[in-house]
Design a protein around this ligand. Structure first.
Ligand code: AMP
Ligand code: GLY
Length: 429
């Protein structure tokens, strides 16, 4: 069979790598892909933008693609699944309405309130003056979220009234995030440890993935500005079997039932970003209607089942009778980024040492382009090096050995990815 994968990041390289191992797949196309996807067996990149839905549909028809898998949120929010379905084309992902769980924070919060899913208390505002009046009586820190998609930059944790008011001005009056900031959710600040819980859904049934955790902050010790994610690992020891049960009962199941009741049954990957308090209370920070980046990279290294079969089972609404198997070891991935990320950064720096790093783990490419015979940087997150090892401590040691071989001007990475998992291993002995 032939598979199309949409996207061009590290997540999509990991999906491509996994799909290329499926014996039932003869050819993989990635639109637009990156220099790493082009290296995988049976795979070629096609120069179609993720947002060009008519061209993607034309390509799928012309090339007789049997299954399309989507990486990023933007095409989902634009209704790619609805449009493929109208043409009778097989695609795994949520419809535009179902993807509102990610594409509108206000919708998501109202939905959680309606279906009694635990989340921080909040209010939504369309008017800057009213938002500021509300902030007057709020405790600090407070969390301000632009309603719409803002490439992971639309959440600000304000430590003071002054900073919160400035954020309202930036979002609502100066329209820093365009129309995404016309509505703003103001919510209570939650303390605890974050975890990512990802499942596959077929409209009705849920197939849980292994737990994972990413490090969103740029610097060691989880400090510095928020990024798309600087590294991730799976499993996340904070998610104990008891907690997992609680997540399924109090979060995932009510979401799937609720979306069905709303007339928008959910099919696709569903990612719950959770805050786990010291007393094991769960609160939902956000939902994503796709796989996480970089969580996907370690998850794909651990996944032993055939990802294509899983997607087919989901489209046939058979997830209830589907098993999923994971390597028992820990997978850990570290992102190397360009100097300046998540703000402005240079491009076009030559990358050396990939051939030495690759045998020691798996290097998933993100912002990398091939120019003549050289690999050069072309994005903020450049690559994510991943390894599998018997525990998080060993995985961390090995991943940095591999990453040490890679060089480019201004290369930056955190040196403590997995620290929470390692602390727990030490405590448990
Ligand atoms: P979101 O896109 O909603 O997940 O927010 C991005 C990041 O902001 C999260 O991963 C958290 O680190 C942080 N965050 C979001 N909401 C809250 C909250 N209510 N309390 C504390 N931190 C939050
Ligand atoms: N790693 C966070 C995300 O994919 O949104």
């Amino acid at each position: 069979m032939k598979v199309l994968i949409i996207g061009n990041g590290g997540r999509e390289h990991a999906i491509t790598w996994k799909v290329s191992q499926s014996p039932q797949v003869d050819a993989i196309y990635v639109a637009p892909g990156n220099a790493g996807t082009a290296l995988e067996a049976k795979t070629q990149n096609v120069a179609i933008d993720v947002g060009d839905i008519p061209m993607l549909i034309q390509f799928v028809k012309d090339s007789a693609i049997d299954l399309t898998i989507i990486g990023p949120e933007a095409p989902l929010a634009a209704g790619i699944v609805d449009q493929f379905q109208q043409q009778g084309l097989a695609i795994f992902g949520p419809t535009q309405q179902a993807a509102s769980l990610e594409s509108s924070k206000a919708f998501c919060k109202d939905f959680m309130q309606k279906y009694d899913i635990p989340t921080a208390t909040y209010q939504t505002f369309n008017d800057a003056a009213k938002a500021k009046a509300y902030l007057q009586q709020h405790n600090f820190p407070v969390v301000l979220k632009a309603d719409g998609l803002a490439a992971g930059k639309g959440v600000i944790i304000a430590k003071s009234l002054e900073q919160a008011n400035k954020t309202i001005d930036d979002m609502m009056s100066n329209r820093l995030f365009g129309k995404a900031g016309d509505s703003v959710v103001i919510e209570e600040f939650l303390k605890g440890e974050e975890a990512s819980y990802i499942v596959m859904v077929d409209g009705e049934n849920i197939l849980p993935f292994a737990s994972s955790q990413d490090h969103k902050a740029r610097d060691n010790g989880d400090k510095g500005p928020n990024t798309g994610g600087m590294g991730a690992y799976s499993p996340a020891p904070v998610v104990t079997p008891e907690l997992e049960q609680k997540i399924l009962e109090t979060v995932i199941t009510p979401v799937i039932k609720g979306m069905k009741a709303e007339g928008h049954p959910y099919t696709g990957f569903l990612y719950a970003g959770l805050m786990i308090s010291p007393s094991q209370e769960i609160n939902v920070l956000e939902f994503n209607c796709r796989l996480g980046d970089p969580e996907t990279q370690p998850l794909m290294m651990r996944l032993q089942s055939d990802l294509v079969t899983l997607c087919q089972q989901a489209l046939a609404r058979k997830l209830k009778q589907t098993n999923i198997e994971w390597d028992a070891r820990t997978a850990l991935g570290v992102v190397a980024s360009a100097d300046g990320y998540p703000f402005s950064y240079p491009k076009g720096d030559v990358i050396n040492g990939l051939e030495e790093a690759i045998p020691q783990g798996k290097v998933f490419f993100a912002g990398i382009e091939k120019q003549q015979d050289q690999y050069v940087t072309s994005g903020g997150r450049v690559l994510c090096t991943c390894v599998l090892a018997e525990n998080a401590a060993k995985a961390q040691k090995n991943v940095y050995q591999a990453l040490n071989k890679v060089h480019f001007n201004g290369i930056y990475y955190r040196t403590d990815i997995g620290h929470r998992a390692i602390e727990r291993e030490t405590v448990r002995g």
